[in-house]
Write a protein that binds this ligand. Structure first.
Ligand SMILES: *Cc1c(COP(=O)(O)O)cnc(C)c1O
Length: 371
């Protein structure tokens, strides 16, 4: 048997800059006025690879607290950061209690039923827990009624070993939304009943809302990867030095000349009005570059921003490269679809996909390179 030998430079590439993720994390701490930061690494670290991202944050950035959405993500994460504190946002259910002990994972308890379940869970190695109070997003967490009941029930509270209380902002991407202040004030009132417990409210958007949103521990996700969570129009760049940690690049497979009146791609949704040079590039929706980019996506080739034309195919897109000096490009040229020049904010604005969806949508087919 011969060893399998794959050619290089065939697949499109997703380059993830771990150094930038580390820098961005450290900048999150600065932006949060030296408040401690946990790292949000749900959904495979926003698609960037939890196996690489989490150890880099733990060993090189000093991040010791991680959040994931579910218990399976947490158990996977435990293999990569044996010493870290890991919280599971989705809560604790009776069938799974032993896993929290076995892998030393802390549940975020989201209702009174879960609180009672955890309180009655007798195990000498039972980890500490977090309690989530809903202050308006109406997704997870104790309702205001349950919150009042729980605060007043010292018996129940004494049976728990609470390491963290938290809430989550619904509109932190919009500094002008009055809901931010309401949620902050409601959460602050709750924290007064837990004077010695770490309190956490801010995600990335919350960090940027200012110091009265920071409490004891922030939970950034998007900012660590280099996104800017604020809704457009962004009045000013983020004060801290947050840089894109992602870079998606494809290659030109073929370049052709179209005469006016000729169309491109499935459905012939784009027609050249004049003679154009069109490059076919090896990235499509099977890579996670979705049809939301039909006729509106942007690519960056040879120092020039150029438009995606026609529909995104499974394996290909077409780019209008007429504006680029034909002597400067040929098959094999690199095409940036996301990164330094085509930022997440730009890709999000043209496609109407959220930055979160674009990042977590990246598929396995890319050749992954970690820097
Ligand atoms: C996803 C998530 C975060 C991180 O949000 P970003 O906007 O990516 O910073 C923080 N807290 C909770 C509860 C979350 O679900």
């Amino acid at each position: 048997m011969h060893e399998i030998d794959f050619p290089s430079d065939v697949q499109a590439t997703l380059t993830i800059d771990l150094g930038r993720i580390i820098n961005n994390y450290q900048n999150c701490i600065k932006l949060a006025g030296d408040t401690k930061c946990a790292a949000m690494v749900k959904a495979d670290a926003y698609g960037m690879g939890i196996a690489q991202v989490a150890p880099a944050l733990f060993h090189q950035a000093g991040c010791k607290i991680f959040f994931v959405a579910n218990l399976v993500e947490a158990i996977k994460l435990r293999q990569y950061v044996p010493e870290a504190v890991i919280y599971v946002l989705n809560g604790a259910f009776s069938e799974h209690l032993d896993y929290f002990v076995r892998y030393n994972i802390r549940p975020v308890l989201n209702d009174l039923k879960q609180i009672e379940l955890w309180a009655k869970f007798e195990n000498s190695d039972r980890p500490q827990c977090a309690v989530h109070f809903d202050t308006g997003i109406n997704r997870l967490g104790l309702s205001p009624k349950e919150t009042t009941f729980f605060i007043g029930n010292t018996d129940l509270r004494r049976q728990l070993d609470i390491s963290l209380i938290m809430s989550h902002l619904a509109c932190s991407d919009d500094p002008n939304n009055p809901m931010n202040k309401q949620q902050r004030d409601d959460f602050r009132a709750i924290t007064h009943h837990f004077p010695n417990v770490t309190a956490s409210l801010a995600n990335s958007g919350g960090i940027l809302l200012g110091s009265d949103y920071h409490f004891d521990l922030a939970r950034p996700g998007l900012l660590m990867f280099g996104g800017d969570p604020r809704i457009a129009p962004r009045l000013s760049p983020i004060a801290g030095n947050i840089r894109p940690a992602y870079h998606i690049s494809g290659k030109i497979l073929q370049i052709r000349r179209l005469e006016g009146g000729q169309s491109v791609g499935y459905g012939a949704t784009w027609t050249a009005k004049s003679p154009r040079q069109i490059a076919t590039v090896n990235i499509g929706y099977a890579d996670g570059y979705l049809q939301m980019f039909n006729n509106c996506g942007l690519a960056y080739i040879h120092n020039t921003m150029v438009p995606i034309v026609g529909r995104v195919s499974m394996d290909m897109i077409a780019v209008d490269v007429t504006d680029i000096d034909p002597n400067k490009i040929s098959t094999g040229c690199d095409v940036e679809l996301l990164g330094e020049h085509i930022t997440l904010e730009m890709a999000s604005e043209v496609s109407n996909l959220s930055q979160y969806e674009i990042l977590t949508g990246v598929k396995e087919r890319y050749q992954r390179i970690y820097k």
